[in-house]
Design a protein around this ligand. Structure first.
Ligand SMILES: O=C1C[C@@](O)(C(=O)O)C[C@@H](O)[C@@H]1O
Length: 303
């Protein structure tokens, strides 16, 4: 898998800028290359202070790469970049060194937003891990994830690929999902998102899941089961739900599980993985065919 890494304006000054503690751009690129090599990914890395150069690179590389990591930096409000990303139709992850205080327009064209807290390189490395996990290549077996996500107490199986937590509200066009690396590096992260209009997720203290406050105990009728997911997929196959409606439903259930909605005993990981795939299933680059939906149902059947 080959990825395009776009660094936006002023990131050439990384490390020299006040308050930036994660090292220089060269150090970042070296860290990216090393991790990419370990993950079997190839990278094409471009930094530019010019929007047009970033757009031209997107266009010229669109057929040579399978996905995009972009830190738009000061161009986070660029509709041109958003539309450029939409035009190339590749899965893109917006990477920010720190949580942004402002809403990113570029994130609307990304399936995921990952931000750090201290300015370190973790969010970039996490984005690489997410691509390598195979979550954006439905139909292919997904390798074990290496994000270090905490295991659910009731599930004993090793964690599988995780890569998403919506970072945009459902009403928005883009299904950006947001990951927030925890302090202490990659080894102790938990997926999470905050469905705020600001599309940001605060880094959480290590060891805690990303709760969004107490919502009370969900009732038994809210239990997420394999049967329920199968039913929704079959409604989609029968034409009772559109692809977008199924994706929106999957996203809302994924978020609910992250917020504490109970899942069928011993099946939480499988259900989360299925919901993540379904959340992306309406996008051109990660669309699930009818055959793949049937396959997903079969896997749910088998547990
Ligand atoms: O240049 C940057 C860095 C940044 O993109 C980040 O990675 O945290 C956040 C932007 O708001 C800012 O303009």
């Amino acid at each position: 898998m080959r990825l395009l890494v776009l660094h936006g304006p002023n990131l050439n000054l990384l490390g020299a800028r006040e308050g930036t503690s994660g090292g220089t751009l060269r150090a970042l690129d070296e860290a990216l290359k090393a991790r990419a090599k370990a993950l079997g990914l190839a990278l094409h890395i471009v930094q530019s202070n010019h929007e047009g150069v970033l757009l031209d690179t997107l266009a010229s590389e669109r057929e040579a790469v399978d996905g995009i990591l972009i830190n738009p930096a000061g161009l986070f409000t660029s509709y041109a970049l958003k539309e450029g990303l939409e035009a190339v139709g590749l899965p893109a992850i917006e990477v920010l060194l720190r949580p942004s205080a402002r809403e990113s327009v570029v994130a609307e064209a990304c399936v995921l937003q990952v931000h750090g807290s201290g300015g370190g390189f973790e969010p970039y490395l996490e984005a690489l891990e997410t691509f390598a996990s195979g979550v954006f290549t439905p139909g292919k077996p997904e390798p074990r994830k290496t994000l270090g996500r905490k295991q659910d107490d009731e599930d004993s199986a090793p964690a599988k690929s995780t890569s998403s937590g919506p970072g945009k509200t459902l009403g928005k066009k883009a299904p950006a999902l947001a990951l927030a690396p925890k302090e202490g590096g990659l080894g102790n992260k938990t997926l999470g998102r905050k469905p705020s209009s600001a599309n940001k997720v605060d880094a959480q203290p290590a060891g805690k899941t990303l709760g969004r406050g107490s919502k009370g105990s969900p009732s038994a009728t809210e239990l997420l089961t394999r049967a329920l997911v199968r039913q929704k997929v079959s409604e989609r196959l029968a034409g009772k739900l559109t692809a977008a409606e199924l994706a929106a439903w999957a996203r809302s259930r994924y978020e609910a599980v992250q917020s504490g909605l109970p899942a069928e005993h011993g099946q939480k990981q499988m259900l989360e993985d299925s919901l993540q795939r379904l959340t992306l299933s309406h996008l051109p680059s990660t669309r699930l065919s009818d055959e793949q939906l049937v396959d997903l149902m079969t896997r749910l059947d088998e547990g």
